[in-house]
Write a protein that binds this ligand. Structure first.
Ligand code: AR6
Length: 178
């Protein structure tokens, strides 16, 4: 049985299948690389949808360390902001990958609070080109977010956007196991 407080927090989390660039939220999170100058996967899709002004802005940011996050405007995206975070490359799990991935969620959510963002959408950071096992990554994503929401009530909705069916099912499984 969940307490009333826990239920309120669980209700702030949503899992959807789809393309993060289409979402009408205050901020979407980008699974970027340390250069912040674009790439493949969700990063490429976000830069294409936001337009060249996003790249122009990112050039001034001097990159971003793994596990850290930086915020930019959303330009042509429906979202007002993009929070760029750099997930760890999976190298077997003994290179601090879990802590770094957890830090991506924490630093992104902290930036959201600082910028009065109430609705935010995350992709499954590191689980594509960076090869982080999806189940382990989803557990970190959901647990870190729930912990954060316990101490920060200003965020109203966190959406985990799953691009493919498998990722979607894994997130559902992780939520059910909580
Ligand atoms: N909307 C939501 N999720 C998406 C979308 C989309 N439009 N497109 C892909 N995904 P990845 P990473 C999913 O590879 O593993 C880039 O080159 C994808 O199916 O985008 O953190 C960066 O510049 C997967 O579930 O990010 C870095 O170099 C998830 O997003 C590197 O890739 C993350 O996959 C980062 O790799």
């Amino acid at each position: 049985m969940r307490s009333e407080m826990e239920s309120i927090i669980y209700n702030k989390i949503e899992i959807v299948r789809g393309d993060i660039t289409k979402l009408n939220v205050d901020a979407i999170v980008n699974a970027a690389n340390t250069s912040l100058l674009g790439g493949g996967g969700v990063d490429g899709a976000i830069h294409r949808a936001a337009g060249h002004e996003l790249l122009d802005y990112c050039r001034k940011l001097n990159g971003c360390r793994t596990g850290e996050s930086k915020i930019t405007p959303g330009y042509k995206l429906p979202a007002n902001f993009v929070i760029h975070t750099v997930g760890p490359v999976w190298r077997g799990g003994a290179q601090n990958e879990p802590m770094l991935l957890q830090s991506c969620y924490k630093t992104s959510l902290t930036l959201a609070v600082e910028n009065k963002i109430k609705t935010i959408a995350f992709p499954a950071i590191s689980t594509g080109i960076y090869s982080y096992p999806v189940y382990d990554a989803a557990k970190i994503a959901v647990r870190t977010t729930l912990d954060f929401l316990q101490n920060n009530s200003s965020i109203e909705k966190v959406i985990f956007v799953c691009f493919d069916e498998r990722t979607f099912h894994v997130y559902k499984e992780v939520i059910e196991e909580l």
